[in-house]
Design a protein around this ligand. Structure first.
Ligand code: ZN
Length: 1065
C-alpha cells in the first residue's frame, strides 16, 4: 500500500470509477450476468444484488450494542484525591503515529467516504418468506447516545485539565472514601507527582510520558495532592512493608477467598500511612481498614461505556496498519480499506514484538481469533467474489499466498514480490497491468484483491476434491424415536417444525430455491430410512437392524429436492409421530446414526450436514456403545481430566471419516440424565458442528428455545468441506489452533462444515526477527463449498505493527481477545492436566504479563502499588471469571455433561461471546426508560450493586435471569407478572406473561432484543430474591466470592498483586 495515494475529501464513491475487470459481481451460481463488468465503484459499498446475505432466522441482528448512557461522572468532590489513581488516556496512540483520524486519508485507498454513500444497488427484496426476515424493524433506528469524538487517538494528556477529563469517566475517583487496605496486600502510597508533573526518572524507557497508559491502584490518596512537585522519587512513598507472612506456594484458594491473607485491621495500618507522614490523614475519623473499595478498582462497565462513547460514532476504517479496533461491546460500522474487518479477525495485540525474546519476556500470547464467515451488519459490504477464470487466483510461486493489497508490483508491473516470503513471481499475462508513478497498479481500485482486506475468489477445479466440481450439499435429519423422545412430545414437535422449516434452507444469492437436498432417518436400536421420491404417493420406510455394519439401503429417493417431494415429505412428517406413538423401546444407538448419514453423503458424492436429535446414553449393542462413567468424585483429583475425554477412541476415527467426506454433524441433545457429552460431542466438535443441549426437556418451557435454535441452525450461512490456512510474513508463523475442527497436518485446519458463528483461534510464534518498518502480515485463506455447491476461497488479510519497545505492545493489546485465547487454552488444558494445574498456569502467566509491564514500561514507583497497563486493566477481573467458570471450578449444581458441553462451546466462541459469557451483562430493568428504545445502563456483577426494590436482568449468552427484589413495588410486580404481590410470583417461572402496559412491553422488548443478538436462544429464568433458585443466579455475579470457592474480584486483584510483587522481587 502506498502512502502517496491522494486523499479524497469528498464522497468517494459518488464519482465514477473504472469497473471491476474480470470480476463478476452478482450471479455466483456460475451464471455470468451480461453487462455487469462495468459496474461502477458506487456499488462497492452497497449490498450487492444477488448476494443477499442468507437471512439469519428470528430477526437476528449482529452486534447491536446496547445504547450507552451518558458519561457517568462519579467524581469525588475532593478532586485532588482523584488524580493519583489514573494515568494516561483510555487507549494510547499507536507509535506509528498514524492513528489520528485525519491520517486515515493518507492510507486510505478510497478516502473517507461515508458508507452510506454507495449506490444502493440492491433493489431486489429479500426472497425469503417473512418468517426469516432477519433484522428487527426499528433496530437500526435505535438511538445510541455516543460522544462523537476520537478521544483515544487524540494527543496524549499533557495537562491537569486533560487528565481530569479522562478521569471524569472513571469510577476510581471514589477511592478516597475507601479505607486503607490491609497490610501485606501491597497497596502503597499513591504517586501524585507523576500525574501533572514532569516524567519521573526512568520514565523515558517506556516511551514518551504521554504513552504511559496504566492504571494505578493505591490506598487513599493524600490530601496534599495539590503539591506542585513530585516528592523525592518514591522513597517517601513506599507502600506497606513487605509481607510478613511466608510466601504462599501457588494459589491457595481458601473458602473465604482471602488467599491466605488476614483481613481486617493490621497493626501497621492505622489511619495514617507509615512511611508517608507528609501525606496527612483523611479528614474525619477513618473507617476501619477492612478491604479495598470495589469502586476504586477497574470497572468493566466503565471501560465498555468509555469505548462506546469514544468509538461508537465513527466507522472503523481499516486502512491503517496495526490499528486497534473498538471493543466488541461497542456498536460500530466497519469500512474495509485494505485490512480485514475486526468481525473477521481480532488480535490479542496489534503491535507485536520484533523478537521472540521480547515476546517471551512479556508472556503476552500472540493470537488471532478468526471468524471467516462472520455475519456483517446490513450496512457493511460482503466480500466481493473475484473470478480469475480458468487459471484461478494469482498466487505467489513459493509460499502460495493469494494476491492481496500488500503484494509489491515491480518491473513495470510484470512481476510481483510476495509480502509473505519475498519471492518474486511473474504476473500472468491476463493479469498484467501498468503501474502509476507511485508504483501502484492503475487498476488498484478496480480489484478487490488489491484494495480490500477481505474478498473471495472463485476456485477452479484444481481446488476441488478428485478434480471434480462438488455437488450441492445435503441436509439429513435424524430423529431419535425411542420412548423418551416420543413421550416428551419431542418427535411430534420436530416433525411439525420441519414441515415449515424446510422452506428456509440456505440458498445462494438470488436463487429461487435452495440447492440443498434433504433426507430423513429415524432410529432407536435400529435405523429407519425413508424413500421420499417425488413420484411416490406415500413415503416408504426401510429398516436396517444390522447396526454393526451400517449401509444405506436406498440411494434413489433418499436425498431429494424439497419442492419436488413436498407432498411425500409432508406425509412422512405427519406419519412419523404416529408410527412410534406406542413404542416401548428405550435403548438407542448413536455411532451407527452418524455412520448412516456419512454413508448416504458418500453415496451421493456430496458434503452436507446431519441434524441429529438425540435423548440418551447409547447403551444398545452397536459400535460406539457407551457406558455410564460419570463420577463427580473425580473432581479435584488427577483423574478429573478423564471426565472431559471421550471414553472410546471410536468417535475420533469416525470424526476423521466425516471430515474427509465433508459430513458436518450438529447435535441436539435432550437428556434426562448423564449421556456423556464428552464422547457424543467428539464428532460434532471435530467436524465443525454445533451442540445444543436441553436438559430435562419439557415442551411447555423449552420448546421456544429449541425451535429458535433449530431454525437458526438450519438457516445460517455455512461453508462445507472447508480447509483453512493462515499464512504469515517472515518472522512469525501460526503454531497452534483452537476451535471445532480436525487437523491432519500442522498447518491445515479442516472443517466438514464451518458456519457464520464459528471461530478459530490461532496462536503465532516467532521464528525470526520482525522489523518495525515492514510490520507483520496475516493471510487467512478458507477454501469451502457454498450452499449452492460452488467452490470458493475466502481471503482475509491483516497487517500488524511490530515494536522494539515493550510499551508499544502493551499499548495495543486487546484484553477481550486475550481472554478468549486464555480461556480456550485453559479449556484445552483440562484434557491433559489437572484442573488446578491449569488454573495455576493461567494465574502465573497473567502475573508475568503484568509484572513485565511493571518492570519495563511503568515508571519506577513503590512496589506497593499495583500498576496495570491501561489496555489490560480488566485482565485480572476477567481472568478471575475464567478461573471460576464451571469448567475450571465447577459449581455445586453443575453436571459433568454441563462442563463438557461448556468446554466445547467456548472453544468455538468469538470474542463478543466469551466476553459476555465470562462477565455477564446485568441491567436494572426498573431503571429502563419505557419511552425510549434504549437499554438501561449496565451495572457491575456484584450482589452489593443490587437493590431489594428493583428488578434486574442478567444475560451471559446462554441464560437470561430476571431477578426480583423482595421490596419491589406492587405496581411493578402487577405490571410485569400480572399478580398482586411478590409472594404470588410462582417459583421457577420461565416466561413472562404478555401484558398490555409499558413496563411489561419494555421488559419483553429488551429480552427479545438480547435474544436476537446472541447466536443461541437463551433460557429465561425468573428468580425471586431469597428463593432457592437465587443460588444459581448468584453464581453469575462474578465479582463476588462464589460458593464453590472462587475468589471475589477484590480478593483476586490483591492476590494478583502479590504474585506480581513476588515476580518483581
Ligand atoms: Zn510468497
Amino acid at each position: 500500500m502506498s502512502v502517496n495515494q491522494p486523499a479524497h475529501t469528498g464522497p468517494p464513491y459518488g464519482r465514477p470509477q473504472p469497473g471491476y475487470q474480470g470480476y463478476q459481481q452478482p450471479a455466483y451460481g456460475g451464471q455470468p450476468l451480461p453487462g455487469v463488468p462495468q459496474l461502477q465503484y458506487g456499488a462497492y459499498n452497497g449490498p450487492m444484488p444477488g448476494y443477499q446475505q442468507p437471512a439469519p432466522p428470528q430477526g437476528y441482528f449482529p452486534s447491536l450494542g446496547f445504547p450507552s448512557k451518558g458519561s457517568p461522572v462519579s467524581v469525588n468532590s475532593d478532586t485532588s484525591s482523584l488524580a493519583p489513581n489514573f494515568i494516561g488516556s483510555l487507549r494510547a496512540p499507536s507509535t506509528s503515529g498514524a492513528s489520528l483520524p485525519s491520517d486515515h486519508l493518507t492510507y486510505s485507498p478510497f478516502g473517507q467516504g461515508d458508507v452510506q454513500n454507495g449506490i444502493p444497488t440492491s433493489a431486489a427484496p429479500m426472497q425469503r418468506p417473512p418468517a426469516s426476515q432477519p433484522y428487527l424493524p426499528g433496530s437500526a433506528s435505535m438511538p445510541v447516545t455516543q460522544t462523537p469524538t476520537f478521544q483515544q487517538y487524540g494527543p496524549p494528556p499533557a495537562s491537569v485539565q486533560q487528565l481530569s477529563n479522562h478521569m471524569a469517566g472513571m469510577t476510581i475517583g471514589t477511592i478516597a472514601a475507601s479505607a486503607p487496605p490491609p497490610a501485606g496486600l501491597g497497596y502503597g502510597a499513591p504517586r501524585p507527582p507523576t500525574m501533572p508533573g514532569p516524567p519521573l526518572p526512568g520514565q523515558t524507557a517506556a516511551g514518551p510520558p504521554a504513552s504511559q497508559p496504566n492504571h494505578v491502584f493505591s490506598p487513599p490518596p493524600p490530601t496534599s495532592m495539590s503539591g506542585p512537585q513530585p516528592g523525592p522519587p518514591m522513597s517517601g512513598l513506599h507502600g506497606p512493608p513487605p509481607p510478613t507472612h511466608p510466601p504462599q506456594p501457588g494459589y491457595q484458594m481458601q473458602q473465604n477467598g482471602s488467599f491466605g491473607q488476614v483481613r481486617g485491621p493490621q497493626p501497621n495500618y492505622g489511619a495514617a500511612y507509615p512511611g508517608a507522614p507528609n501525606y496527612g490523614r483523611q479528614p474525619g475519623p477513618p473507617p476501619p481498614p477492612k478491604r479495598l473499595d470495589p469502586d476504586s478498582i477497574p470497572s468493566p462497565i466503565q471501560v465498555i461505556e468509555d469505548d462506546r462513547n469514544n468509538c461508537g460514532s465513527e466507522p472503523f476504517v481499516t486502512g491503517v496498519r496495526g490499528q486497534v479496533p473498538p471493543l466488541v461491546t461497542t456498536d460500530f460500522l466497519v469500512k474495509d480499506q485494505g485490512n480485514a474487518s475486526p468481525r473477521y479477525i481480532r488480535c490479542t495485540s496489534y503491535n507485536i514484538p520484533c523478537t521472540s525474546d521480547m515476546a517471551k519476556q512479556s508472556q503476552v500470547p500472540l493470537a488471532a481469533v478468526i471468524k471467516p464467515l462472520a455475519t456483517l451488519r446490513p450496512e457493511e459490504t460482503l466480500p466481493y467474489l473475484v473470478d480469475h477464470g480458468e487459471s484461478g487466483p494469482v498466487r505467489c510461486n513459493r509460499c502460495k499466498a493469494y494476491m492481496c493489497p500488500f503484494m509489491q508490483f515491480i518491473e513495470g508491473g510484470r512481476r510481483f514480490q510476495c509480502c509473505f516470503c519475498s519471492c518474486v513471481t511473474e504476473v500472468p499475462p491476463h493479469y498484467f497491468q501498468h503501474l502509476d508513478h507511485t508504483g501502484k497498479r492503475v487498476d488498484f481500485y478496480d480489484r478487490p484483491e488489491l484494495s480490500l482486506g477481505s474478498y473471495e475468489f472463485l476456485a477452479t477445479v484444481d481446488y476441488c476434491k478428485n478434480n471434480k466440481f462438488p455437488s450441492p450439499p445435503a441436509f439429513i435429519f435424524m430423529i431419535d424415536v425411542s420412548y423418551n423422545a416420543v413421550k416428551s412430545g419431542l418427535v411430534r414437535l420436530i416433525c411439525e417444525e420441519l414441515k415449515s422449516l424446510l422452506d428456509y434452507l440456505p440458498r445462494e444469492g438470488n436463487m429461487e430455491e435452495s440447492a440443498i437436498r434433504v433426507g430423513f432417518v429415524t432410529y432407536n436400536k435400529v435405523l429407519h430410512f425413508y424413500n421420499v421420491k417425488s413420484s411416490l404417493a406415500q413415503p416408504q420406510m426401510m429398516v436396517v437392524s444390522d447396526v454393526a455394519d451400517m449401509f444405506v439401503p436406498l440411494l434413489d429417493g433418499f436425498l431429494v429436492n424439497v419442492n419436488e417431494s413436498r407432498t411425500v415429505i409432508a406425509s412422512l412428517l405427519d406419519q412419523i409421530p404416529e408410527m412410534f406413538a406406542d413404542t416401548r423401546e428405550t435403548e438407542t444407538v448413536f455411532a451407527p446414526v452418524i455412520q448412516a448419514g456419512l454413508e448416504a453423503l458418500k453415496a451421493a458424492e456430496c458434503a452436507g450436514k446431519l441434524f441429529i436429535f438425540h435423548t440418551s446414553l447409547p447403551i444398545a449393542e452397536a459400535p460406539g456403545k457407551l457406558k455410564n462413567r460419570d463420577d463427580k468424585k473425580l473432581i479435584n483429583t488427577d483423574k478429573e481430566k478423564t471426565l472431559f475425554q471421550p471414553q472410546t477412541s471410536f468417535y475420533n476415527n469416525l470424526a476423521k471419516d466425516c471430515v474427509t467426506q465433508g459430513c458436518c454433524v450438529d447435535l441436539f441433545l435432550f437428556p434426562n440424565q448423564y449421556l456423556d457429552v464428552a464422547t457424543l460431542g467428539v464428532v460434532t466438535y471435530q467436524t465443525g458442528g454445533s451442540i445444543y443441549k436441553y436438559a430435562y426437556f419439557q415442551l411447555e418451557t423449552d420448546q421456544d428455545r429449541f425451535l429458535n435454535d433449530l431454525r437458526r441452525d438450519v438457516q445460517k450461512e455455512v461453508g462445507f468441506d472447508a480447509v483453512m490456512r493462515v499464512r504469515t510474513s517472515t518472522g512469525i508463523r501460526a503454531t497452534d489452533f483452537f476451535g471445532a475442527f480436525y487437523m491432519s497436518n500442522t498447518t491445515d485446519v479442516e472443517m466438514a462444515g464451518l458456519d457464520c458463528d464459528k471461530t478459530i483461534t490461532v496462536e503465532f510464534k516467532h521464528d525470526d526477527k520482525l522489523s518495525e518498518d515492514s510490520g507483520a502480515l496475516l493471510q487467512c485463506a478458507l477454501l469451502y463449498t457454498s450452499c449452492a455447491g460452488q467452490r470458493r476461497l475466502r481471503i482475509h488479510n491483516l497487517s500488524l505493527n511490530c515494536c522494539t519497545q515493550l510499551a508499544d505492545l502493551y499499548r495495543n493489546c486487546e484484553t477481550d481477545t486475550l481472554i478468549n485465547y486464555l480461556a480456550k487454552y485453559a479449556y484445552r488444558g483440562v484434557l491433559s492436566s489437572p484442573v488446578k494445574t491449569v488454573r495455576d498456569a493461567l494465574i502465573s502467566q497473567c502475573a508475568q504479563i503484568l509484572a513485565c509491564y511493571r518492570k519495563n514500561c511503568a515508571s519506577p514507583s513503590s512496589a506497593g502499588q499495583l500498576i496495570l497497563p491501561e489496555c489490560m486493566k480488566l485482565l485480572p477481573v476477567y481472568l478471575n471469571c475464567v478461573l471460576k467458570s464451571d469448567v475450571l471450578q465447577p459449581g455445586l449444581e453443575v453436571t459433568t455433561d454441563d462442563r463438557a458441553y461448556i468446554r466445547q462451546l467456548v472453544t468455538s466462541m468469538d470474542v463478543a461471546e466469551t466476553n459476555v459469557f465470562f462477565y455477564p451483562r446485568l441491567l436494572p430493568l426498573t431503571k429502563a426508560d419505557v419511552d425510549s428504545d434504549s437499554l438501561p445502563a449496565a451495572i457491575r456483577n456484584s450482589e452489593e450493586r443490587l437493590s431489594k426494590g428493583d428488578i434486574y436482568l442478567l444475560e451471559n449468552g446462554l441464560n437470561i435471569f430476571v431477578w426480583v427484589g423482595v421490596n419491589v413495588q406492587q405496581g411493578l410486580i402487577q405490571n410485569l407478572f400480572g399478580v398482586s404481590s411478590f409472594s404470588q410470583i410462582s417459583n421457577g417461572l420461565s416466561t413472562l406473561p404478555v401484558l398490555e402496559n409499558p413496563f411489561s412491553k419494555k421488559v419483553r422488548s429488551i429480552i427479545d432484543m438480547l435474544q436476537m443478538q446472541r447466536s443461541r436462544y437463551m433460557k429465561l429464568i425468573i428468580v425471586k430474591q431469597e428463593d432457592k433458585l437465587e443460588m444459581l443466579f448468584k453464581h453469575f455475579l462474578v465479582e463476588d466470592k462464589s460458593l464453590s470457592g472462587g475468589a471475589s474480584y477484590v480478593d483476586f486483584l490483591c492476590h494478583m498483586h502479590k504474585e506480581i510483587r513476588q515476580l518483581l522481587s
